[in-house]
Ligand binder design. Structure first.
Ligand code: HGY
Ligand code: MN
Ligand code: MN
Length: 433
């Protein structure tokens, strides 16, 4: 695993007053610093949304921003907006950023890279003494992952209107703690009206979370869109009974019934089509004791496909299988949809800026669609948005083994800086094509 060290070389040819450059050492040192918040022994992160480690990362980000004199605003769902004011603050802003929360045994770069590459852009503009026409705002979205509080994309979803603030505050984790309680505990239930934030363009930088860029030796992924996502919770209610005294003919075993459904989900890549991604990533069993026949099981299901009609097919198969298993196993089943994200097509003009920024820096680039979900799906419903990817080692993500090379990190931030500078100078009233 390539460790992040102080990056190679600094900027020998110091930037002119209006020629901002990324500071590789500062970017890499900041990535290392943030990787300590929620660090696991396996070299990854356990920085669940609104847990203590997320609170530490948030506090560090805000402290850096305040030391730099940036404006720090927090909205009622805890999204953090850090603004480097431009010459004309009446103009819609440039939005960069991503998320700081991670999976339970996740990687150090999923989300964090986008936030910290965005921070590096702000600091590089400072170094060059460059005041952009439009303000540049860096965002840390609350609960992108949805690992602790379902659904994911929660903070950006409230701003996009896909979930109400009240519903979002009421979401609970496995211990029954609510989002609202955690926001209050960490001091991140803010009052900033983010729904009023006017965005000219949004650029989210992220690791690819797949193998294509590394395999093809391409520096930058120019992301044209994201596939559709649907999450379901399936409840299986049987009857808990003594394992030693209950004949199999008298059992209503919720876990066995759930196992039948897991098989159905796994076969969907055949029964729907090979582009479908169907996963049962989590199962909660009650009472979860060796000598008790499980009375209740809850499956957390993640379905994805570029074509929502195929997701309709998968959903229909899931609902039919749940009804059949209920009949066969003498249990009750319920299928609840907890997240629906339609396929997203990013703004062509914003995507083109990324493509041209990469070319201007001599970085190789290729167009690609994202298999992973991102907050930019929500941002795209409100403003011209796009994303740029950097490679990750072996395409691994959502695992502690997630890793990147230093030069990939620097390349992505440099392309982001160029795209942001160009967009920030676009004429007032310029309506992105
Ligand atoms: O699940 C996703 O696609 C994202 O990485 N959270
Ligand atoms: Mn992510
Ligand atoms: Mn993720």
């Amino acid at each position: 695993m390539a460790t992040i060290s102080a990056g190679s070389g600094t900027n020998d040819d110091a930037p002119g007053p209006s020629d901002p450059r990324i500071d590789p050492d500062r970017l890499l040192a900041t990535l290392s610093r943030f990787a300590t918040f929620g660090a696991t022994d396996g070299g990854g992160l356990n920085r669940l949304s609104l847990g203590d480690a997320d609170g530490q990362a948030r506090d560090e980000l805000c402290a850096i921003a305040r030391r730099r004199g940036y404006r720090v605003e927090v909205d009622p769902i805890g999204n953090i907006f850090i603004t480097r004011p431009g010459l004309d603050e009446t103009l819609p802003v440039l939005l960069v950023g991503s998320h700081l929360d991670s999976q339970p045994f996740g990687g150090r770069y999923d989300g964090a890279y986008g936030v910290l590459a965005g921070l590096e852009v702000l600091r590089s503009l400072d170094d060059a003494g460059l005041r952009t026409r439009r303000s540049v705002t860096l965002v840390d979205w609350t609960n992108e992952e949805g690992a602790r509080f379902s659904p994911g994309l929660l903070g950006s979803g409230v701003v996009a209107g896909t979930i109400s603030l009240a519903d979002a505050h009421a979401r609970t984790d496995a211990q029954g703690i609510t989002v609202g309680q955690e926001l209050d505990r960490l001091g991140y239930r803010g009052a900033f009206d983010s729904s009023s934030l006017a965005v000219h363009r949004s650029f989210e930088t992220h690791i690819e979370q797949g193998p294509v860029l590394e395999r093809t030796g391409t520096d930058i992924g120019v992301v044209t869109g994201v596939q559709a996502i649907r999450w379901f919770d399936v409840l299986v209610q049987g009857q808990d009974r003594h394992a030693g005294t209950t004949a199999h003919s008298d059992r209503q075993d919720a876990l066995v019934a759930a196992a039948r459904l897991i098989e159905v989900v796994d076969r969907m890549a055949d029964t729907v089509d090979e582009k479908l991604r169907a996963t049962v990533g989590e199962i909660r069993v009650q009472p979860n004791s060796r000598n008790v026949i499980p009375g209740r099981a809850v499956l957390a299901i993640d379905l994805r496909h570029p074509d929502p009609a195929r997701l309709d097919q998968a959903e229909e198969q899931l609902r039919r299988a749940a009804a059949e298993v209920a009949e066969q196993r003498g249990v009750r089943t319920e299928v609840h949809q907890v997240l629906e994200m339609p396929p997203t097509a990013f703004d062509a003009g914003t995507t083109d800026l990324i493509r041209r920024a990469a070319a201007s820096l001599g970085r190789s680039a290729m167009e690609m669609s994202s298999g992973a979900g991102h907050d930019s799906m929500n941002v795209a419903s409100r403003a011209p948005a796009s994303m740029l990817f950097i490679p990750c080692v072996d395409g691994l993500s959502h695992t502690q083994a997630e890793d990147i090379h230093d030069e990939w990190a620097v390349n992505g931030a440099s392309v982001l800086l160029t795209a942001v500078r160009w967009a920030a100078e676009e004429a007032a009233g310029h309506s992105p094509e």
